[in-house]
Design a protein around this ligand. Structure first.
Ligand SMILES: Cc1cc2nc3c(=O)[nH]c(=O)nc-3n(C[C@H](O)[C@H](O)[C@H](O)COP(=O)(O)OP(=O)(O)OC[C@H]3O[C@@H](n4cnc5c(N)ncnc54)[C@H](O)[C@@H]3O)c2cc1C
Ligand SMILES: *[C@@H]1O[C@H](CO)[C@@H](O)[C@H](O)[C@H]1NC(C)=O
Ligand SMILES: *[C@@H]1O[C@H](CO)[C@@H](O)[C@H](O)[C@H]1NC(C)=O
Ligand SMILES: *[C@@H]1O[C@H](CO)[C@@H](O)[C@H](O)[C@H]1NC(C)=O
Ligand SMILES: *[C@@H]1O[C@H](CO)[C@@H](O)[C@H](O)[C@H]1NC(C)=O
Ligand SMILES: *[C@@H]1O[C@H](CO)[C@@H](O)[C@H](O)[C@H]1NC(C)=O
Ligand SMILES: *[C@@H]1O[C@H](CO)[C@@H](O)[C@H](O)[C@H]1NC(C)=O
Ligand SMILES: *[C@@H]1O[C@H](CO)[C@@H](O)[C@H](O)[C@H]1NC(C)=O
Ligand SMILES: *[C@@H]1O[C@H](CO)[C@@H](O)[C@H](O)[C@H]1NC(C)=O
Ligand SMILES: *[C@@H]1O[C@H](CO)[C@@H](O)[C@H](O)[C@H]1NC(C)=O
Length: 600
C-alpha cells in the first residue's frame, strides 16, 4: 500500500517506447505501462483496447444464463447516480436506501450482496449510505462486473473469459476478507454464494483411507449453516470452523488454514479436509485428494486463497459433539483503574497461555484495548469438559491474578454440546469497519522466554492507537504429529499457543498520505513490536499484514518453495491473484492500487 502511494506520487506514465517483452506477453492482450522507472504488463480494464466489447460480454452473459451483472456498490440506492466505468446508472430508491442504511453493519446483509466487502477500507470506502443523494456514487476499488454463478459451467465460463481476455479475476464468497482479497479495481467477479449444498455421511469412501463421518459442502456454505445441520444429526456432529459463524467454510478460510475453537482437538480446518472439487485456471473441473492431484490438494490446505484453483465443493471430517464448558470475564475499570496493575494482570493472563493450551487444550478468545484499558475474555472454551473441570483448569490463573489483587467476576457455564456453547457464548460481530489488519502468533518458547517483553509489545500496539483481537490455541495439541505436514500451513503453527490480530483503524477515504502512514505504522511499529517479542512465531495469511517483510517465510516457512512450484504448475500465467500469496512476487497494483500488473 505504502509502496503504491509512493509510486503514485512519483507519477504514472504511459509507455512511450515499448520495452523488450518477456516471453509469453502477447501485445494484443496486455496493456504496457511504466511507473517510477519500471515497465509493467497489465491486465485489461475498461477503456483499454483489449477490454472485451459489448458483443463479447453479451455472449458471456448468455453462457452464464443471464447471471452477469454490472457491479453496483451496495450503498448506491441512496444516490441519484452511480457513475460507473461502463456509464451512469440512476440508482436512487428511498426504500432500498433505508434498508441498506439500517443493515450497513450487518455481516449477513453484506454477505448477501453480490460483491460487497465487509471491511470497507479496501473499497476506498466508496459510496457509503448517505442522506445526500446528489453526491455521486463511484466504484472505488470495487470490481466492474459480477457473475452470480449458479452452476459449475458458469464458473468455468467466467474463468475462461477472464483468461482469454486477460481480465483481473476475483472469486467472492462472503466478502469477510481482512486483506481486501475479495475486491479488486476493475475486475470481473465470480460470486459463489449460490453453492449451498450440504451432504453428510457416516462413512466416507474416499481416497484418504479415512472412513469415518464427513460432510461435503458447496463453495458458498457458511459456518452457521453447516453447524446447525450437523447439530440436528443423531448423534450431533461438529466440524472445525472459525469462531465467526458467517465466514464461509470452503473459500478463503480453508485456503488460509482456518483456526477455531476446535483447533486444539483436530487442527486447522485445512487439516480436516478430505477432498476438493475445483476448477483450475485452464477451466477444467477436477478432484483433488490424497491420491489424485495430491500436490494441489496439499496446497489448497492452507497454501493461500485465490492462488491455485477455484473450490466448488469441499469435504471435511466431522466429529461427535461433546458436552462443553465456557468461562468469561473482564479485567477493566470494574476491576482496576490502576494502569500498572492492569498491565501486570495482562502479563499474568497471557503468561498462562501455554499452560491453558498445552495442559488442558483450552481455546481462548480475548480482546485487548477495544474499549480503552480493557481485557475482555469471552469465552474460554473447554470442549469435553464439565464446569468443574474447567474451573479447576483455570484455578492457577485465578490464583495468580488474586495474588496481584485482581479478582474479576467470572461467569462459568456448562452446555450439553459444544454447539450450544458456540451459539450462546460467542459474541456477534459487525461489518462496515474501515481498518488495516495485521497480526502475529506467539510460540510456547516465546511465552517461556519473554512473557514481559510480549506484554511490552502489546502496550506498544495499544499506544499506537491499535487494538488486539486474540486467540489461544495449539494446532499441534490433538492432531497426531504424522498428520502435521499433510496440509500446507506454516509448520511453526504447531508450536504456537497464542495468536493476535492487530487492527489499525483508518478511513478508507482518508488522504493518501494518511493511508500510507497507517500502513507504515502497522508494518513498522505495531507488528514489528510483536515480531521482535516473539521471534519463534509466524503469521496467519488470513489475519496479517501482507506487506510485512519476508512474508513468504512468515506465512509458510519451510513449505514456501513447494507452494511456489505448485503455483507455477497450476497457474503459470497469473489468472488468480491475491496479495502476498505464493508466486505473486512480480505482481503489483500500480497507479494508486488500481491496475494489476506484472513487472517486466
Ligand atoms: C469477523 C471475522 C471473524 C473471523 N474469524 C476467523 C476465525 O475464527 N478463524 C479464521 O481462521 N479466520 C477468521 N477470519 C478470517 C477469515 O478466515 C478470512 O476473512 C477468510 O478470507 C474468509 O473467507 P471467505 O471465503 O468467507 O471470504 P471472501 O472474502 O469472500 O474470500 C476470501 C478469499 O478467498 C478467496 N476465495 C473465496 N472463495 C473461494 C473459492 N471458492 N475458491 C478459491 N478462492 C476463493 C477470495 O478470492 C479471497 O481471496 C475472520 C474474519 C472476520 C471478518
Ligand atoms: C445479462 O442478461 C440478463 C438477462 O437477460 C440481463 O438482465 C442483464 O442486464 C444482463 N447483464 C448485462 C451486464 O448486460
Ligand atoms: C435489514 O434491516 C431490516 C430493518 O432493520 C431488518 O428487518 C432485516 O432483518 C435486515 N436484514 C438483514 C439481512 O440484516
Ligand atoms: C457528480 O458528477 C457530475 C459529473 O458527471 C458533476 O457535474 C457533479 O458535480 C458531481 N457531483 C458531486 C456532488 O460531486
Ligand atoms: C480513492 O479515494 C481517494 C481519496 O481518498 C481518491 O483520490 C481516489 O481517486 C479514489 N480512487 C478510486 C479508484 O476511486
Ligand atoms: C474403517 O477403517 C477401520 C480402520 O482402518 C477398519 O477397522 C474398519 O473396518 C473400516 N470400516 C469400514 C466400514 O470400512
Ligand atoms: C498501582 O498498582 C501498583 C502495582 O500493584 C502499585 O505498586 C501501586 O501502588 C498502585 N497505585 C495506586 C495509585 O494504587
Ligand atoms: C523480548 O521482547 C522484547 C520486545 O518487547 C524484544 O526486544 C526482545 O528481543 C525479546 N527477547 C527475546 C528473548 O525474545
Ligand atoms: C514437516 O515439515 C517440516 C518442514 O518442511 C520438516 O522440518 C519436518 O521434519 C516435517 N515433519 C514430518 C513429520 O514430516
Ligand atoms: C520474477 O521475475 C524475475 C525476472 O524475470 C524472475 O527471475 C523470477 O523468477 C520471477 N519470480 C516469480 C516468483 O515469478
Amino acid at each position: 500500500m505504502q509502496g503504491g502511494v509512493l509510486r503514485f506520487l512519483c507519477g504514472a506514465l504511459l509507455l512511450t517506447q515499448e520495452p523488450a517483452l518477456a516471453a509469453g506477453i502477447d501485445r494484443q492482450k496486455w496493456v504496457l505501462r511504466r511507473e517510477s522507472g519500471t515497465n509493467y504488463a497489465c491486465k485489461c480494464y475498461p477503456g483499454d483496447t483489449c477490454w472485451p466489447d459489448s458483443g463479447q460480454w453479451q455472449k458471456l452473459n448468455a453462457t452464464v444464463g443471464g447471471n452477469l451483472q454490472v457491479d453496483i456498490p451496495p450503498g448506491a440506492p441512496c444516490y441519484n447516480t452511480f457513475k460507473g466505468p461502463l456509464g451512469d446508472v440512476q440508482t436512487y430508491n428511498a426504500d432500498e436506501c433505508a434498508t441498506v442504511t439500517a443493515n450497513w453493519t450487518s455481516e449477513q446483509f453484506q454477505v448477501e450482496q453480490p460483491a460487497a466487502a465487509l471491511w470497507t477500507y479496501f473499497t476506498n470506502d466508496t459510496c457509503r449510505p448517505t442522506t445526500n443523494p446528489t453526491d455521486n456514487c463511484t466504484l472505488g476499488y470495487y470490481p466492474v462486473l459480477v457473475i452470480m454463478a449458479k452452476t459449475v459451467a458458469h464458473i468455468q465460463a467466467g474463468i475462461n473469459f477472464a483468461r482469454e481476455n486477460n481480465l483481473r479475476l476475483i472469486i467472492r464468497n462472503t466478502g469477510h476478507d481482512f486483506l481486501g482479497r475479495s475486491v479488486g479495481w476493475g475486475a470481473l467477479v465470480i460470486n459463489t454464494h449460490s453453492f449451498q449444498d450440504i451432504k453428510f455421511t457416516d462413512t466416507w469412501q474416499g481416497a484418504s483411507g479415512y472412513n469415518g463421518s464427513a460432510v461435503t459442502v458447496g463453495a458458498g456454505v457458511q459456518a452457521f449453516q453447516v453447524l446447525k445441520q450437523a447439530n440436528a444429526l443423531k448423534p450431533p456432529k461438529i466440524m472445525v470452523t472459525g469462531e465467526c459463524a458467517t465466514v464461509g467454510v470452503a473459500g478463503g478460510l480453508v485456503q488460509g488454514g482456518g483456526h477455531g475453537p476446535l483447533t486444539n482437538l483436530y487442527g486447522f480446518l485445512a487439516d480436516t479436509a478430505l477432498e476438493f472439487k475445483v476448477i483450475t485456471a485452464d477451466g477444467k473441473l477436477t478432484t483433488a485428494n490424497a491420491k489424485t492431484k495430491a500436490d494441489l490438494f496439499w496446497a489448497l490446505r492452507g497454501g493461500g486463497p485465490a492462488a491455485f484453483a477455484v473450490i466448488v465443493e469441499a469435504t471435511y471430517k466431522t466429529f461427535d459433539d461433546q458436552p462443553s464448558a465456557g468461562v468469561s470475564f473482564d479485567i477493566d475499570a470494574s476491576v482496576t483503574t490502576n494502569a500498572t496493575l492492569f498491565w501486570e494482570a495482562v502479563r499474568v493472563f497471557h503468561g498462562h497461555s501455554a499452560r491453558m493450551v498445552d495442559d488442558h487444550g483450552l481455546y481462548v478468545y480475548w480482546e485487548l484495548g477495544t474499549a480503552g484499558q480493557n481485557l475482555h475474555v469471552h469465552p474460554i472454551v473447554g470442549v469435553g469438559m464439565t464446569a468443574d473441570q474447567l474451573a479447576a483448569a483455570l484455578q492457577p490463573l485465578y490464583d495468580d491474578l488474586a495474588a496481584l489483587g485482581v479478582r474479576p467476576a467470572v461467569t462459568t457455564r456448562a452446555f450439553p454440546t459444544f454447539y450450544d456453547l458456540y451459539e450462546a457464548m460467542f459474541e456477534s460481530e459487525v461489518a462496515g469497519n474501515s481498518a488495516l489488519t495485521g497480526g502475529w502468533t506467539v510460540a510456547r518458547a516465546d511465552v517461556a522466554a519473554n512473557s514481559t517483553g510480549i506484554v511490552d509489545a502489546f502496550r506498544t500496539v495499544l499506544g499506537a492507537g491499535s487494538f488486539i483481537i486474540g486467540h489461544m490455541w495449539s494446532a499441534g495439541y490433538g492432531l497426531p504429529r504424522a498428520e502435521w505436514n499433510a496440509s500446507a500451513v506454516n509448520p511453526r503453527f504447531r508450536d504456537a499457543v497464542s495468536k493476535v490480530i492487530t487492527v489499525v483503524p483508518v478511513a478508507g477515504n482518508a488522504p493518501l498520505a494518511e493511508k500510507a502512514a497507517a500502513q507504515d505504522k502497522l508494518t513498522n511499529v505495531v507488528d514489528a513490536a510483536l515480531r521482535a517479542a516473539a521471534p519463534n512465531g509466524c503469521a496467519y495469511v488470513n489475519e496479517a499484514d501482507p506487506y510485512q517483510p519476508n512474508w513468504q517465510n512468515a506465512f509458510w516457512g519451510t513449505n514456501y518453495p513447494a507452494l511456489l512450484k505448485i503455483r507455477q504448475k497450476y497457474d503459470p500465467d497469473g489468472l488468480f491473484y491475491a496479495v502476498s500469496t505464493p508466486g505473486t512476487e512480480n505482481w503489483t497494483q500500480i497507479e494508486t492500487d488500481t491496475r494489476l500488473c506484472r513487472k517486466l
